[in-house]
Design a protein. Structure first.
Length: 312
């Protein structure tokens, strides 16, 4: 559940003063985002202006999330590494509750209608991220089968009959499949876990940044691809655009080869991504949950099976 935090301009300036970035000369709240509150902040040192993103959150980022950012940066990936204060800390407590984090503002715009090339860029990024973080350890993804069952039960009374049946079928099916031994043999590692379009930045078709690593956790690596497909590859008909999906998968596969088991479980991973974020949007509906509800229904009716020859 989200716990958004707001601050006045004077308090914002006091928070930013904890980092060696100079005084604030401009600040603007960012309207995007579900769980945290973000501001674009401009500071000045001498004659040089710098742009930042100030994130206010109810809970501090996990150590693993910060380690992922450092590892990605070391691998040359475009990520916003948080500024450390004089004591080497990335986060600062907010008087009255919450935590603040300051990171450079990356250039680019969020892709509104992703192209196949932009999907391919996302695939390459994820493969390189997974390789760069292969030695890291992260906590298991908190939105597991138990979480889905609990949240589905909470929302059941206010859903229509068809929605109830759809959600129950998806949650039960996912729990059954995730209990299988071959699910546990899927390649696991650190995933971004939330690479929706509003967490990616592009200049034309060049990926210039990936942000919001607060959901970084241990999970099947191919789940990251399923999250991208569920948001970037949706078609006007409510399913998935095959050209964009294959561009995503092929670009990833060239950097880190997908295993036969990952290809086999691809339809399940897609349902997992769509259902998990459908439930999350029911919890905090700042984005429409209906589009992921409809995608869940489509994926259950028409699972997009992968033939090995289609990916390579």
């Amino acid at each position: 559940m989200s716990e958004r935090i707001d601050v006045s301009r004077p308090r914002l300036e006091l928070l930013v003063a904890a980092w060696p970035v100079g005084p604030v000369i401009a600040a603007e709240r960012i309207t995007l985002g579900i769980e945290n509150t973000n501001y674009f902040v401009t500071t000045v040192v001498g004659d040089t202006e710098r742009e930042w993103v100030l994130t206010l959150m109810a809970h501090p980022p996990t150590r693993s999330a910060l380690e992922v950012l450092d590892a990605a940066d070391a691998a040359g990936l475009p990520v916003p590494v948080p500024v450390r204060d004089g004591a080497g800390q990335a986060t600062r407590p907010i008087p009255g509750g919450g935590f603040a984090l300051l990171a450079p503002r990356l250039p680019g715009r969020h892709p509104e209608r992703p192209t196949a090339r932009q999907c391919a860029a996302a695939g390459r990024f994820l493969a390189r991220l997974h390789r760069a973080t292969a030695s890291l350890v992260a906590p298991p993804h908190p939105r597991n089968a138990d979480w889905m069952r609990l949240r589905a039960a909470v929302h059941r009374p206010r859903l229509g009959f068809r929605e109830r049946d759809l959600l129950a079928a998806a949650v039960h099916g996912l729990a059954t499949l995730q209990a299988r031994g071959d699910w546990r043999r899927l390649p696991h590692g650190v995933v971004h876990g939330d690479l929706f379009r509003d967490n990616a930045l592009f200049e034309e078709e060049r990926l210039t940044g990936v942000i919001d690593f607060h959901h970084a956790a241990q999970a099947p690596l191919a789940f990251d691809l399923a999250v991208v497909a569920a948001d970037w590859c949706r078609s006007a008909a409510g399913g998935l655009d095959r050209e964009r999906m294959l561009a995503l998968l092929r670009a990833y596969d060239r950097e880190r080869a997908l295993t036969a088991l990952e290809r086999c479980f691809w339809p399940t991973l897609l349902v997992l991504a769509a259902t998990r974020f459908w439930i999350a949007r029911l919890d905090s509906p700042r984005k429409p949950p209906e589009e992921l509800r409809d995608l869940t229904a489509t994926l259950l009716r028409h699972p997009p099976l992968l033939e090995p020859a289609l990916v390579v």
